[in-house]
Write a protein that binds this ligand. Structure first.
Ligand code: ADP
Ligand code: MG
Length: 231
């Protein structure tokens, strides 16, 4: 028998990663960032405004590119991909959840979820059934035909999470997902993340609220672009 513990391979590996904005003066928004995030982890990134959280999430989400160091997604060096390959990785591998839910007020809940395929330029086959399954997963099947304007903030964010799940992503990236919610609805959204994480979803979540970060299994902090492991 082999007694070695099998560690899940890292989904994300950043090594000495930096992002400089060539503004006047230049801004080093990320400095020498080293982190490995393994399959099935739920990581909270905490830091004050302007510390580099969104820059980091944009790079991990392939919406922006680093200017030094290395970023490997599933072992692939992202800076060596073409723009098209990077977009493909983003559309097929990563789901995004934002602070402001970005739902269309004139479209029903299920149509908002179905629109994920349009944004990701994905094939439309079975998309109503897939959207219904995603809504089921976030506990909102009974709200499918509602307009988002009739939902609470917490329900709206759960619709946005269902939309993010449409592409069956390897990774969920969440930028202040509870920033617009009161404490009761924050709890329901965090419970949903906990369920998804229990089912194996890898989650990276930005927050500046310490009690939100405490729900995640792992907690890193960022200050002036420098990342530090907390626990
Ligand atoms: N496009 C840009 N050009 C120049 N500076 C930028 C740009 N985007 C962000 N920054 C700077 O990088 C730093 C980190 O920003 P950001 O990642 O948005 O922080 P956070 O999300 O933690 O509030 C800030 O000093 C910000 O002003
Ligand atoms: Mg930000």
């Amino acid at each position: 028998m082999d007694d070695d513990i099998e560690l899940a391979p890292p989904v994300i590996r950043l090594s000495a990663l930096g992002r400089r904005f060539d503004s006047e003066p230049p801004v080093d928004a990320l400095v020498d960032v080293d982190i490995e995030i393994r399959e099935g982890e739920w990581v909270a990134i905490v830091g004050p405004s302007g510390s580099g959280k969104s820059t980091l999430l944009n790079i991990v989400g392939c919406l922006d590119t680093h200017t030094s160091g290395s970023y490997r997604f599933d072992g692939i060096e992202v800076s060596e991909l073409t723009d098209k390959q990077r977009a493909g990785l983003r559309c097929r591998g990563i789901g995004f959840v934002f602070q402001s839910f970005h739902l269309l007020g004139q479209r029903s809940v299920i149509e908002n979820v179905m629109l994920s395929d349009v944004y990701r330029r994905a094939p439309f086959r079975d998309r109503r059934a897939r959207a219904a399954a995603a809504l089921e997963k976030v506990g909102l099947a009974h709200r499918a035909e509602f307009l988002p304007t009739r939902l609470s903030g917490g329900e709206r964010q759960r619709v946005a999470i269902a939309r993010a799940l449409m592409g069956s992503p390897r990774l969920l990236l969440c930028d202040e997902p509870t920033g617009n919610l009161d404490s009761a609805t924050t709890a329901t959204v965090l419970d949903l993340f906990a369920d998804l994480n229990d089912q194996g979803m890898t989650i990276v979540m930005i927050t500046h609220e310490r009690d939100v970060a405490e729900r995640a299994g792992r907690h890193v902090s960022i200050t002036d672009g420098v990342l530090t492991e907390v626990h």
